[in-house]
Write a protein that binds this ligand. Structure first.
Ligand code: SAM
Length: 322
């Protein structure tokens, strides 16, 4: 469907839990993990909302969290979402720790591709960033996903004084593997307000200083908000997602459903609607669809991450889903 600024909205991100098996320093704060099981939408409730969203034009779903793979029976939920007739693609964003064990069934149940978040290729630093010694598991998952022929993207956030020196190591991962690495600028949300990110322009300059041939890739419908380059004819691409230095709101095509059933119109603001309350009051499908329609239509024009405003989102990223 088209929102009031003429943008086509066809992408729904569904967070299925706030819990995570890693504790990335810029993402999560244990003190805010206080949701009860009953606060979280059930599979039936998620499928109900996704079905109405699909009838309004949503074609692509991404499952996120917290860590989506810690949700019980996530493979069954993916199967059910994939069976919604209008849904063409279903992706997951995961830290990869549990992916190796689940990936075959996820693929069988309709998963199109996987984004794996990884901020360090160094065992000790991985532990410093995530509080867990799980790098080996993540690397195994990446290889397994590739082996199964799934589209694999790695999402990397550079935190200035922690992992900036690994930018080139990440780029080198694309040499022989069919992987895209995407650098995502650190957004000042929740725990990240304490850290300093770096701009993607600075990352690009570091890459340019280290590689001879930089080829700018044409933007395709599948590129989403990322701009891509390829270095030295490597197999994979390098993407830049720059919400801070280069706001891409004019092409925003997404809405977000939190695990507690709040339909968010924009990552940055607290605007949206508590769909759980309505579903649990037995709203009709027709009225549910109308509420979703009104919320999508009314998406804000753009975020204002770098400005202060009263209606700024106060949630942490693990509560929103990235
Ligand atoms: N647990 C899953 C994972 O690790 O991919 C899904 C949830 S996690 C919130 C999704 C993504 O958000 C991760 O790639 C993470 O690095 C990113 N993220 C978290 N906080 C962020 C922030 N403040 N700015 C930019 N990206 C952030």
């Amino acid at each position: 469907m088209i929102d009031k600024f003429g943008r086509k909205v066809d992408y729904l991100r569904i967070s299925v839990t706030e819990n995570c098996n890693l504790k990335c320093i810029y993402c999560i704060d244990d003190n805010i993990l206080n949701t009860y099981k009953n606060d979280i939408l059930s599979d039936d409730e998620i499928v109900k909302i996704a079905t109405e969203c699909a009838s309004l034009g949503i074609k692509k779903i991404r499952i996120t969290g917290g860590e989506p793979l810690v949700r019980k029976n996530i493979e069954n939920l993916i199967y059910r979402l994939n069976n919604i007739k209008e849904i063409e693609e279903i992706y997951i964003t995961t830290n990869g720790v549990l992916l190796n064990d689940k990936i075959e069934i996820l693929k069988e149940n309709g998963l199109t591709g996987v984004n794996i978040s990884l901020d360090s290729l160094n065992k000790d630093r991985f532990k410093k960033l995530t509080k867990f010694d799980k790098l080996k598991e993540v690397l195994l998952s990446i290889d397994k996903a590739l082996e199964l022929g799934l589209k694999v993207k790695i999402n990397t956030v550079i935190v200035d004084d922690i992992n900036k020196d690994e930018i080139i190591d990440f780029v080198k991962l694309t040499k022989d593997k069919n992987i895209d690495i995407r650098f995502i600028e650190l957004m000042p949300i929740g725990a990240a307000k304490k850290y300093k990110g770096i701009s993607n322009e600075e990352i690009l300059n570091i890459i340019k200083n280290n590689f001879k041939n930089i080829q700018v890739e044409n933007k395709s419908k599948r590129s989403g908000p990322a701009n891509y380059i390829r270095v030295d004819n490597y197999k994979g691409k390098i993407g830049f997602i720059s919400p801070i230095s280069n706001c891409f709101c004019e092409d925003c095509n997404r809405i977000r459903l939190t695990s507690t059933g709040f339909l968010k119109k924009c990552l940055h603001y607290n605007y949206g609607i508590d769909l759980k309350k309505h579903i649990r009051s037995n709203i009709s499908n027709k009225d549910l669809k109308e509420l979703i329609y009104l919320n999508i239509y009314d998406k804000p024009q753009n975020h204002l991450f770098m400005k202060d405003c009263d209606d700024k989102e106060n949630k942490y990223m693990n509560q929103i889903g990235g």
